[in-house]
Design a protein around this ligand. Structure first.
Ligand SMILES: Nc1nc2c(c(=O)[nH]1)N1CN2[C@@H]2O[C@H](COP(=O)(O)OP(=O)(O)OC[C@H]3O[C@@H]1[C@H](O)[C@@H]3O)[C@@H](O)[C@H]2O
Length: 246
């Protein structure tokens, strides 16, 4: 299925209801798809700007309830397994635009009014490609709209669970509004079976703590946040670290 038809299928209002935040129901699906395409069609695929996506952001604007935003970095699968179970939390992909763009690649060409189905530039070829600019733009918007407690799931099995070069570390954490977000709560998740080090006290996490504190927000951290750990244990029920006296 081409990326356009896939996007249209996702957008064609066959939207799984559990993904739809309440303020979406009145949205004009075909118009959103056209506006999405107009952001990059007939444009140089290495010269896409934030402004190209402004009309789309305006049309598909959504607000996540306070205390319900979940960011992630290098932990996409577990973050989404968790929000499927913990329906009161929303990742960017639980919004329409994040859902639409997930796992898709798209671009156009300055000399054509058609989608380019052959090849699209990747980030290392040119950072101002339609997909990279899209994720930066909607990640920024997602962070700006957060309020109350903002949660972030990080990967404790990496030497650097927090990277200032990641989207979370370079875009989202700097676009949280301290007038709306009072606490950033980090969950550092280790693979089941790995000897859990105390990543919350690691240099990497302390780097995040410093950024958050300097932006006048409180930082808290938990290793292997138990509700998320239980989701991990579904795949490893026999493992000793999943044995519990529940
Ligand atoms: N399908 C999604 N992709 C992305 C989301 C997102 O929410 N869904 N992104 C970014 N993103 C793209 O994923 C990789 C890096 O991931 P990865 O290296 O695993 O983590 P990042 O911190 O860079 O990006 C995840 C962070 O940004 C939003 C989402 O709200 C998370 O809080 C890079 O190409 C980004 O442009």
């Amino acid at each position: 299925m081409s990326s356009e038809s896939l996007t249209f299928h996702r957008l064609g209002c066959h939207h799984p209801s559990q993904l739809v935040l309440p303020d979406l129901r009145s949205k004009d699906c075909p118009k959103i798809l056209d506006t999405f395409k107009n952001a990059f069609i007939a444009k140089n695929a290495c010269d896409i700007t934030k402004e190209d996506y402004e009309p789309l952001l305006h049309l598909a604007d959504q607000t996540v309830p306070c205390n319900k935003t979940l960011f992630w970095s290098k932990s996409k699968e577990l973050a989404h397994q968790f929000t499927r179970v913990q329906s009161g939390l929303f990742t960017l992909e639980d919004t329409l635009l994040g859902y639409l763009g997930d796992d898709l690649t798209w671009c156009g060409d300055a000399r054509s009014a058609e989608l380019n189905h052959q090849s699209c530039p990747h980030w290392h070829e040119c950072p101002s490609n339609p997909v990279s600019v899209f994720w930066n733009v909607i990640s920024q918007k997602f962070a700006e709209s957060a309020c109350g407690v903002a949660q972030v799931m990080l990967n404790g099995s990496l030497s650097e669970p927090f990277s200032k070069y990641s989207t979370f570390g370079s875009v989202e954490v700097y676009n949280l509004d301290p007038r709306k977000v009072h606490t950033v709560q980090a969950w550092v998740m280790h693979d089941v079976g790995e000897t859990s080090s105390n990543s919350c006290s690691s240099v990497s996490i302390n780097e995040l703590k410093l950024i958050v504190s300097k932006r006048n927000m409180t930082f808290t951290c938990q290793n292997n946040y138990r509700p998320a750990r239980l989701v991990q244990c579904v795949k490893h029920p026999e493992h000793s670290s999943c044995a519990s006296n529940i």
